[in-house]
Design a protein around this ligand. Structure first.
Ligand SMILES: [Zn+2]
Length: 423
C-alpha cells in the first residue's frame, strides 16, 4: 500500500532510510517484505504510582508497512518478549538481545506465511533513553561521554564548550569495539576500561548486516523533548516565578483549557506544585498550546523570549509533515534557544537531554515526523496491557524463565498475544 500512496512527508516512507532500504536488491524493494520497529522500555506492572517497586522490560513491536492510522492500534502491536523484574539488569541485556537477534536473522532469511515467503528487517529501535542504552549495550548516562550519537564531552566539570554536536560516532568503530569486547574483555576492570574508551560493550545487534546500530536507534522525543528539556526548563522557570505569579498562571491555564478540546487532557490545578508528576503529553500540551499566552508578562523579558524560542523549535520538531526545511528551521531555532538558556540559567541546568535534541534533525530526515518513532503509542499500549492485570503472566514467566530461559521468552509472547486477543 505504501508503494502507491502520495508522498507528502507525513510518514516514514518519504524519508531517507526507507528509500535506501527500498532500493533495487534490498529487502523492502520486494512486495510482501516487512520493516519492523521495536520499542524497549522498563515499566512497573503495578502502575507508576504504586508503592511496589518492580520493573520489567518490555520489548514491543510494530510493522511499519501498515498505514499509520492502524499501525499503532493495540490489535496490530506485538509483545516480543519480557525481561523479568523485580530490578532492571545493571549493564546490558545481551542475553535477551541474543534471542531476539536469532529470530530476526530467521526473518531476514524468510518464513513461509500463508503460502508465500515473507522476509522482514529490523528498521528502527526506539524507547526510553536509558533502556535503549541497555538493549544496545551502550554505556549509561553516568559516563562523561554520554551521547550515543556523537563523542560530545558532557561533563560539567570540564566545562560546556558550546552547544553544537561533536565528532559523530562511526558504526565501524562501534562494531569493532563490540567484537573486541566479545573476544578480549573478561573481568570488571577490563569492562570499565573498555567502556571509558569505546562507550559500548559487545552487542549482537551488530551481527545484523543490514542494520546500522548507530543510525537506526532513535532518541525518543517523548522522553527527550517533553519529559527532558521542556520539564527541566519549566522547573527552572519555577525558581523565578513568585507565588503571586504562579496563581495568575494557574488561573490563566484554567481559562485557556476551557477553550481547548477535552481530548487534549488537563493540567494540574496547581501547576507549580504538581508539575513533577505531569506526563509527557501534558508537557506537550502546555508548551505547544497554552504556555505562550499563559506566561505572558509573568516572566522577565529575556526569560519569556527564551521559552518562546523553545516552543518555536518544539512546534517545528512536532510538525505533522516533515521536510528538510522544517527540520533545519527547528534545529537552528533550538541552537539559538539553547545558547540563550545556557546564558540565563547557567551550565548547571543543562543536562544531557539538552544535548541529545541536537541529533533530532538527523532522525527527522531519516525516519520522518516524530510521531513515527516517538513512544507515546507504545506507552498507551503498555498502559492498556497492564490495566488488564497482565502482571500475573509476568509472575508465571519469571518461574518459567528460571527453568527454561530460551523458550520462555517466546512462549510468553504467545500467551500474551492470546490473552490480548480475548480482550
Ligand atoms: Zn551527541
Amino acid at each position: 500500500m505504501w508503494r502507491t500512496r502520495e508522498s507528502n512527508g507525513d510518514d516514514v516512507y518519504d524519508f531517507k532510510l526507507w528509500k535506501e532500504h527500498s532500493e533495487s536488491g534490498k529487502i523492502l524493494h520486494y512486495e510482501d517484505n516487512l520493516a519492523l520497529m521495536i520499542c524497549f522500555d522498563f515499566v512497573n506492572p503495578f502502575g507508576k504510582q504504586s508503592t511496589t517497586k518492580y520493573s520489567v522490560g518490555v520489548i514491543s513491536m510494530v510493522i511499519l508497512n501498515l498505514p499509520k492510522d492502524i499501525r499503532y492500534k493495540k490489535d496490530n502491536m506485538f509483545i516480543l518478549g519480557v525481561v523479568p523484574g523485580p530490578k532492571e539488569p545493571k549493564l546490558h541485556l545481551n542475553g535477551f538481545a541474543n534471542l531476539l537477534i536469532e529470530q530476526l536473522r530467521q526473518l531476514e532469511e524468510g518464513c513461509f506465511f500463508d503460502g508465500i515467503v515473507v522476509r522482514a528487517i529490523l528498521f528502527c529501535v526506539t524507547g526510553d533513553i536509558p533502556a535503549l542504552r541497555k538493549i544496545l549495550a551502550f554505556a549509561g548516562f553516568g559516563t562523561h561521554k554520554a551521547c550515543s550519537k556523537c563523542k560530545k564531552n558532557c561533563s560539567h566539570l570540564q566545562g560546556w564548550s558550546g552547544t553544537l554536536a561533536s565528532t559523530p560516532r562511526k558504526e565501524m568503530e562501534l562494531e569493532s569495539a563490540s567484537n573486541y569486547y566479545a573476544n578480549s574483555v573478561q573481568n570488571q576492570e577490563q569492562d570499565k576500561l573498555h567502556i571509558q574508551k569505546y562507550f559500548a560493550r559487545y552487542s549482537p545487534f551488530y551481527s545484523l548486516k543490514y542494520f546500522n546500530v548507530l543510525r537506526q536507534h532513535t532518541i525518543d522525543p517523548m522522553h527527550n523533548l517533553f519529559l527532558g528539556v521542556t520539564k527541566a526548563h519549566f522547573k527552572y522557570l519555577l525558581t523565578i516565578l513568585s507565588e503571586k505569579k504562579l496563581k495568575i498562571l494557574d488561573s490563566r491555564i484554567e481559562l485557556i483549557q476551557k477553550h481547548l478540546p477535552v481530548g487534549l487532557g488537563r493540567l494540574p490545578t496547581q501547576i507549580g506544585k504538581f508539575y513533577y508528576s505531569m506526563k509527557a503529553e501534558q508537557f506537550l500540551n502546555f508548551a505547544l498550546y497554552i504556555s505562550i499566552v499563559a506566561l505572558q508578562n509573568l516572566l522577565p523579558k529575556k526569560h519569556y523570549l527564551c521559552w518562546y524560542m523553545l516552543v518555536f523549535a518544539l512546534r517545528k520538531f512536532s510538525s505533522y509533515q516533515m521536510n528538510q526545511k522544517i527540520a533545519e528551521e527547528g534545529h537552528e531555532a533550538y541552537i539559538r534557544y539553547l545558547d540563550l538558556f545556557r546564558d540565563l540559567a547557567g551550565v548547571e541546568n543543562i543536562t544531557i537531554n539538552f544535548h541529545l535534541v541536537l541529533h533530532l534533525k538527523e532522525l527527522l530526515l531519516d525516519f520522518g515526523p516524530i510521531h513515527v518513532f516517538w513512544c507515546f503509542s507504545f506507552e498507551r499500549f503498555f498502559s492498556f496491557f497492564f490495566k488488564k492485570k497482565c502482571h500475573v503472566f509476568f509472575c508465571f514467566f519469571f518461574v518459567f524463565f528460571v527453568v527454561d530461559s530460551f523458550h520462555s521468552f517466546f512462549f510468553l509472547s504467545f500467551f500474551l498475544s492470546f490473552f490480548l486477543s480475548l480482550q
